[in-house]
Design a binder for this molecule. Structure first.
Ligand SMILES: Cc1ncc(COP(=O)(O)O)c(C=O)c1O
Length: 359
């Protein structure tokens, strides 16, 4: 991929040569060919210098130019490069502590883990979603929402004498929820990401996002009509598949599917449909959450509350927040050991200085 010249500029002659540069074993011009020997090289043909990159500017070590970073690592960059708080010795100490060892924090607890949870809850907590699971990767965050919902619905069905069923997940066209096992049955954007892999036949309905290309007076009437169509599709699936549907999942703003926005009325309608039909509502905020829309969580703009919320990217750690409906089932996946787990749940870090400046 080439970079448009308008986004790049030659770095000033004042750019510093850092000490670490002298010790570099692989010089910048050889980085790409070294990687390509073992790894598919289909990204930008740049080599980021993490010392010289500053704020919104990414420094390309190959041609000594600064690029305006409009990419932000798939939207996962929480603040600009080399934020001055990282110069604070206390922050550096915290970072080093977290970097030295990846604890299997599913089994072994640490002060860092407790500090992180306390800070996470205080800064971005979304009551009443008070059960947490941390995990590496946005797809796995979504996947664990699905597992929790399946477990919840199947246990309810079994208790009601309907047998071991209730694992289907209702979702929308143009959705992107990741590329892991379960999430590939939901993702339907670029077929190259899902073709030929095993997938489940889960209910997929049309996506009533606002069409901003329409003149304003027509926009609302158009979206309401498409919301009504999507609602009919959802209700038909519920009619046909009934107790086999455990969850309905939506990105409050679709990301990869086209920056598609919904009305608050629609998200609240989904809340009502889920409540009426004993289905869990999942918001995938891996892309649109963690401050990306001006609030901590996108759903806070719409007064719509999910039962499970998946987060990742800018949080620098991925995971799930679960609300009280999950506790309708006593032995749910957040309460019984071994149901949702992984060796290294995540590298968890709370820095006193950073969280006080952003919190
Ligand atoms: C809405 C959404 N969900 C899930 C994911 C998957 O996250 P990850 O790439 O960290 O697995 C993404 C990634 O772009 C996403 O945008």
């Amino acid at each position: 991929m080439s970079i448009p010249s308008v986004l790049a500029e030659a770095a000033s002659s004042r750019s510093r040569t850092t000490t670490s540069e002298k010790d570099k074993q692989i010089p910048a011009p050889q980085v790409l060919e070294t990687i390509e020997q073992h790894v598919l090289l289909d990204g930008f043909k740049i080599v980021v210098d993490l010392e010289k990159s500053r704020g919104s500017y990414l420094y390309n070590a190959v041609d000594n130019r600064r690029l305006i970073d409009l990419y932000g690592f798939f939207g996962s960059m929480p603040v600009g490069f080399n934020h001055p708080y990282f110069d604070d010795p206390e922050v550096r100490r915290d970072l080093l502590r977290a970097a030295k060892v990846k604890i299997a924090n599913s089994d072994v607890y640490s002060e860092g883990y407790a500090e992180f949870i306390e800070t996470f809850e205080r800064v971005v907590g979304l009551p009443p979603l008070e059960r947490y699971l941390f995990i590496e990767g946005g797809a796995l965050a979504v996947e664990n929402c699905l597992k929790a919902a399946m477990d919840w619905k199947v246990r309810k069905n079994m208790a009601a004498g309907h047998g071991e069923r209730g694992t289907q997940v209702l979702h929308f066209r143009h959705a992107f929820h990741g590329r892991s096992g379960y999430t590939m049955s939901l993702t339907n954007t670029d077929p190259r990401k899902t073709d030929l892999f095993a997938k489940f036949d889960w209910p997929r309905v049309s996506c009533p996002h606002i069409d901003f290309s329409l003149p304003e007076p027509k926009r609302e009437a158009d979206v309401i009509e498409r919301e009504q169509k999507a609602e009919r599709e959802i209700r038909e699936f519920i009619e046909q598949r009934g107790i086999d549907i455990c969850a309905l999942i939506i990105e409050p703003i679709q990301g990869e599917g086209g920056d598609n926005h919904f009305r608050g009325e629609w998200l609240r309608k989904l809340r009502t449909i889920c409540d009426e039909n004993d289905i869990l509502l999942i918001f995938d905020e891996v892309q649109c959450g963690m401050g990306a829309t001006g609030r901590n969580w996108c759903c806070e703009h719409f007064d719509a509350e999910p039962d499970l919320l998946a987060f990742g990217k800018k949080a620098q750690v991925c995971g799930v927040m679960a609300g009280p409906r999950i506790d309708e089932v006593k032995d749910n996946a957040f309460r019984l050991p071994s149901r949702l787990n992984s060796t290294i749940l995540a590298r968890l870090l709370r820095s006193r200085r950073l969280d006080s400046s952003f919190g």
